[in-house]
Design a protein around this ligand. Structure first.
Ligand code: PHE
Length: 493
């Protein structure tokens, strides 16, 4: 005897003709389509039904098709115009959209409606007949049609219209028809096997009345195919930013924010980057045309920064030894690092000790590739007080360890605004290699003294997307911003 689930029984009994579609079964049984598909899968596995699959091509109007339906095919519009007599291409340009001229002329000639004579287009026959393609468009005005439904005469016209850009669109749809096998027919006739093979769902009634006593329970089928259910969740980048904020907050930091549109002054000058530094060149930095200028800081800060650049001011440094130009300082740009936000905050004379971080977008003129984006995110922070280089290494180590990266190392590096400077690298087990994740260091006196800060400032700027690539095991950095809904849904929490 065959044991059947209630949805299998319902489905089996609904097959009342040769070749029934799953959607007809849905209507007949009141089951949903997933249940029916599941039942059919089981039934065919038991040899009770056979499912024939075919592919239908469903044709509908495209954007151009809808337009043609309303205004007429371009060649027909031109043909109407030619009834007044032969016309040159320039005349034709006046009656239809210039983008349609060559299309119209091409089809007029291809369809044998008009020909060029002496540089002018002339109708070959005064009566311009309605063609099959116009009939096809009219039929589709009522809604999509299965390709099979077009008459034999119209089929070549459908094919021709499919060859024209955006006129029609065609989608393939799988159609299934279900048939009873002889075994299935026998079972339906006997009706015996259609008895329930056991209790499938335990209800309060069954328990109260003791109706389960002496009965069988139908086993769970853990391998049953069910519809995918995705549920809603935050984007992995949002989750990562939240994690990072939690980590810094737990380490006693506060969050700060700054503008994306910055001045040369806060992005570069205040960081002791000389005004002719190559990183400022157009190929690295996006400068803005509107607005092209931003306001400058307090007069005394501007003056101290100018002096530091020119001769070191009172910092003990020689400076860069050039003429600092204040008008360049107000030039606007998209910030190239979040260090601009850090230095703005530092200039505000906040009480010490300071422990702040920021996470934000930065912009650099990079060619987009699997590992580069012109827009990316930095994790930035500073600690100001009685601190030293060991503290900086400790903070970075602690941060990465809380992010789940235990193996990190530091390498000496150079930034115009820090001394000493370092680069952080984490070990990536899968690739068995070290990957560079960001820079850090102690701000130079040329940076801090003009702002009136005379304590050490530990600073870092780390990449977020690279970290995300490691965490999510991505080969291509762009995956993070493609918003591929399938990928997002399938990402484990
Ligand atoms: N601003 C540097 C960068 O964008 C990182 C950095 C921040 C380095 C702070 C040192 C101190 O690469």
């Amino acid at each position: 005897m065959v044991s059947l689930h209630p949805i299998e029984r319902k489905t089996l009994l609904s097959i009342n003709k040769e070749g029934i579609s799953p959607s007809e079964i849905v209507k007949a049984t009141g089951l949903d389509i997933n249940q029916v598909m599941r039942a059919l899968d089981w039934l065919s596995g038991k040899g009770l039904v056979r499912i024939d699959e075919g592919v239908d091509e469903v044709i509908s109007l495209g954007d151009e098709g809808r337009l043609y339906l309303e205004k007429g095919l371009p060649e027909k519009r031109v043909a109407d115009f030619l009834k007044k007599g032969p016309k040159g291409v320039d005349d034709i340009k006046n009656v239809i959209d210039p983008s349609e001229v060559s299309i119209a002329i091409g089809w007029l000639r291809k369809k044998g409606i008009a020909e060029f004579k002496g540089g002018r287009l002339k109708l070959l026959n005064e009566d311009v007949e309605k063609t099959g393609d116009e009939e096809v468009l009219e039929l589709l005005a009522r809604g999509p049609l299965n390709k099979k439904e077009f008459s034999e005469d119209l089929k070549p016209w459908v094919a021709q219209l499919l060859g024209r850009k955006n006129v029609l669109s065609s989608v393939e749809k799988v159609n299934r028809l279900v048939y009873l096998t002889s075994k299935g027919r026998e079972i339906v006739k006997k009706g015996v096997a259609l008895e329930s093979s056991g209790i499938g769902q335990l209800t309060p009634e069954i328990i109260k009345k003791g109706a389960w006593i002496g009965k069988n329970f139908r086993p769970y089928d853990l391998k049953a195919d069910v519809a995918y259910y995705g549920g809603a969740k935050s984007h992995p980048m949002t989750r990562m930013v939240d994690d990072i904020k939690d980590i810094f907050l737990a380490m006693g930091f506060s969050e700060i924010e700054g503008p994306l549109v910055e001045s040369n002054f806060w992005n570069f000058d205040a960081l002791f980057v000389p005004q002719d530094h190559p990183a400022r060149e157009m190929q690295d930095t996006f400068y803005l045309e509107h607005p092209s200028k931003s306001s400058l800081p307090d007069e005394h800060i501007l003056r101290s920064v100018k002096e530091v650049h020119e001769n070191g001011g009172g910092t003990g440094s020689h400076g860069w030894g050039y003429d600092y130009k204040a008008d360049l300082a107000s030039q606007t740009l998209l910030r190239t690092h979040t260090t601009s936000t850090t230095i703005r905050y530092l200039a505000q004379k906040n009480p010490l000790p300071i422990k702040v971080f920021s996470i934000g977008r930065v912009f650099r003129k990079e060619r987009i590739s699997y590992k580069h984006l012109p827009e990316f995110t930095q994790i930035e922070g500073i600690v100001v007080g009685d601190v030293n280089f060991r503290h900086l290494l400790g903070i970075l180590k602690e941060f990465y360890s809380r992010m789940g990266f235990d193996k990190i190392r530091f390498r000496p590096a150079y930034f115009p605004y820090t001394e000493p400077s370092l680069e952080v690298e984490v070990y990536f087990q899968d690739k068995e290699s070290w990957i560079e994740l960001g820079g850090a260091g102690i701000f130079r006196p040329e940076v801090t003294l003009p702002l009136g800060v005379d304590k050490p400032v530990l600073a870092w700027g780390l990449g977020l997307e690279r970290l995300a690539m490691l965490r999510l095991d991505l080969k291509d950095i762009r995956t993070l911003y493609w918003s591929d809904i399938k990928w997002l849904q399938n990402l484990p929490l």
